[in-house]
Design a protein around this ligand. Sequence first.
Ligand code: NAD
Length: 268
Amino acid sequence: MKGLKGKNALVTGASSGIGRAIAIRLAQEGVNVAINYRSSPEDAADTAEKMEQACGEIKGCGVKDLLVQGDVSKEDDVSQIMDTVINELGGLDILINNAGIQMESAAHETKIESFDKVISVNLRGAYICAREAIKHFLDGNKKGVIINISSVHEIIPRPCYVSYSVSKGGMGNLTKTLALEYASKGIRVNGIGPGATITPINEAWINDPEEKANVESHIPMGRAGTSEEMAAAVAFLASEEADYITGQTLFIDGGLTLYHDFSKPWSA
Ligand code: NAD
């Protein structure tokens, strides 16, 4: 896609799922990718290997990869991640805020520690990474791109996952606020809102045919999405094809945000 070749990206939480697919897709587009991981260097190395394999199929791809350990919810870790990326890759052009967690419990029984944990990774972590990336973009007077991996739960309430719902709702506003604040500086901030996607975060249902069928029965298009489908939209939003798009969350959800229960009229 236009304008991606030779750029440098940081993908947080890129050792699995959607983050891994984004790293691979960006590499296929000629982007050098820093793979952030929190705890598994083996999984991060696996992402790098898959990036190289995918890239090998494309003539003249030749991108660099870099593994960077760090917990996005910790300010010091994020500073270190950014310094490493900037020193090793020579700068940053694209930040993908992908790292995320979820915890299930009824809202009235949720422990404050678990609420804080989810917010600190999904929302605070995305903000800290964005803040550091923006400082770098402004210092270099360069057009930068930030893409937040949000969720359909940016706009659909999610009972028994109050911290997750709130974190993604907040992420929607983070996207819009940063987009407005830095639009005049050439910095674009957008998000994607995945629907139910086949990744490890959904291990509770992806390998259980009955549970999977139940999830898919709520999706107008009748199936869960793939990480690759999410990554394709991220590549577009990061590219110059999307140069006039900022402050938007693109929902990629097989129609989930169209509310399946309203597919047939039930009121006059
Ligand atoms: P996943 O569990 O495979 O990926 C999450 C990644 O974040 C993991 O690699 C994990 O190690 C990393 N991570 C967690 N805490 C971290 C921290 N403190 N610092 C750095 N990395 C950390 O699941 P996924 O589905 O690929 O999730 C990726 C993103 O997509 C998340 O933000 C998630 O909320 C979002 N999302 C997923 C779905 C879905 O159905 N899979 C739907 C909507 C949104």
